[in-house]
Write a protein that binds this ligand. Structure first.
Ligand SMILES: Cc1cc2nc3c(=O)[nH]c(=O)nc-3n(C[C@H](O)[C@H](O)[C@H](O)COP(=O)(O)OP(=O)(O)OC[C@H]3O[C@@H](n4cnc5c(N)ncnc54)[C@H](O)[C@@H]3O)c2cc1C
Length: 369
């Protein structure tokens, strides 16, 4: 049995802690806050296969989706459901992109079907707005992000080999150890640092890593008295996801200025309590705005109303979140310090989707020496 030190209480840290226990190790998990506070509890909870790039990225997403379904058998508190998604289009040029996606060899791996407006309405009767067609991806799923880290921890805490240390801000990382703000040194044969968008410590010069941070604005409505049977994306998402990087993309209409400026796409996920999580924007230039800008929210509201064909319910809360994104082609950033310490971050807007596969991949790398 080895001692594994995990830093970060988000989904990536927590799934590494779980993977370590499953491999027979003792685990110490440090978190600077009292609970996870980062991207893992601020996201949509989309387990998103549909938009992934063909090849290695799609294979990784499919593997992770399979692992989420297995985790859900043991941890019902994750709120995982295989609800699928609909990417809704309203213009012929957008439909042409979906037709090219359907023509690609991996359409069946993604479990895609192209639906006309009538089929969209039958699949998801809450979609009663202007719809030309919809791309149905049965491989997509969802979890309840605000519950995920706690639900995983409830399972971890059943094991006497697991130790949760909240309120410990790690300030130094070295080979086989970390040091927290109180000066305590935590040593392990394996140390895995999953601090999300919190880059850089004494001992890790993140300036040399191909990483950047991205800030997103989100909102959540009051519950609606209708059930959305799938997650929803609009045609602006075609510009963001590499799966749609096809010749027909060039013929899309110019995006509205606010969409171009704030890099907006509509993603919409109904929570288990009936409320709607809606986003998002993408801000790349630091320092990020401290405030939430209103104009993107007005645009997103128009998009929701145009697709659902009903007024958007009252907004219950708004927030922003920041993720760490790898700037190169890698699916996530894994960096080794000495023999025993691994920095694991940079999965970008795919981190919730990829988290179980990342933990599996990191342990494969550790075990390979
Ligand atoms: C608004 C938004 C929407 C998103 N939507 C999706 C989505 O629908 N699907 C998807 O796949 N991905 C999505 N993502 C991306 C995904 O949320 C992230 O990639 C993922 O949550 C990263 O997990 P993490 O555990 O690495 O980071 P985090 O969740 O940020 O966790 C890091 C933890 O480390 C702690 N920490 C930081 N520094 C220290 C320190 N020095 N000492 C101790 N603890 C420390 C933090 O307090 C935090 O709790 C979204 C991201 C955002 C921001």
């Amino acid at each position: 049995m080895s001692r594994v030190v995990v830093v970060g209480g988000g989904v990536i840290g927590s799934l590494h802690a779980l993977a370590a226990l499953e491999r027979g190790h003792e685990v110490i998990q440090l978190e600077r806050e009292l609970e996870a506070r980062g991207a893992s509890v601020r996201n949509f909870g989309l387990i998103w296969v549909s938009g992934r790039r063909s090849g290695a990225e799609l294979a990784f997403a499919l593997r992770s989706r399979e692992l989420w379904a297995r985790l859900a058998d043991d941890i019902p508190g994750l709120g995982f459901r295989a609800n699928g998604s609909l990417t809704v289009v309203q213009q012929e040029a957008e439909l042409a992109v979906l037709e090219q996606v359907m023509a690609r060899a991996d359409a069946s791996e993604r479990q895609l079907a192209l639906l006309d407006a009538g089929e969209v309405a039958r699949l998801n009767p809450a979609v009663r707005g202007e719809v030309l067609a919809g791309l149905h991806c049965r491989a997509d799923g969802a979890v309840e992000p605000r519950r995920v880290p706690r639900a995983i921890r409830a399972v971890l805490e059943r094991d006497p080999r697991y130790h949760w240390l909240p309120g410990r801000h790690v300030v130094e990382v070295g080979d086989g150890f970390v040091r927290d703000h109180a000066g305590s040194r935590h040593e392990g044969e394996i140390v895995i640092v999953c601090t999300g968008a919190s880059h850089g410590f004494q001992g890790w010069q993140f300036e040399h890593a191909p990483l950047r941070r991205v800030r997103l604005q989100m909102l959540e409505t009051e519950p609606i008295p209708a059930r959305l049977t799938t997650s929803i994306a609009d045609a602006d998402s075609l510009r963001y996801y590499p799966a749609f990087d096809l010749p027909a993309l060039a013929a899309l209409a110019e995006p509205a200025p606010i969409v171009a400026e704030k890099r907006i796409q509509l993603l919409l996920q109904q929570r288990l309590d009936g409320s709607l999580t809606i986003g998002d924007t993408h801000e790349l230039e630091e320092p990020f705005d401290v405030a939430l800008a209103e104009a993107p929210y007005l645009h997103l509201q128009e998009r929701v109303e145009s697709i659902l064909g009903r007024p958007m319910p009252a907004v219950a809360r708004r927030w922003a979140g920041v993720y760490s994104q790898s700037r190169d082609e890698r699916l996530y950033h894994r960096e080794r310090i000495g023999q025993s310490t691994w920095i694991v971050t940079g999965a970008g807007g795919r981190g919730m989707t990829f988290a179980p596969a990342i933990a599996e991949d990191v342990f494969a790398a550790i075990e390979a020496g």
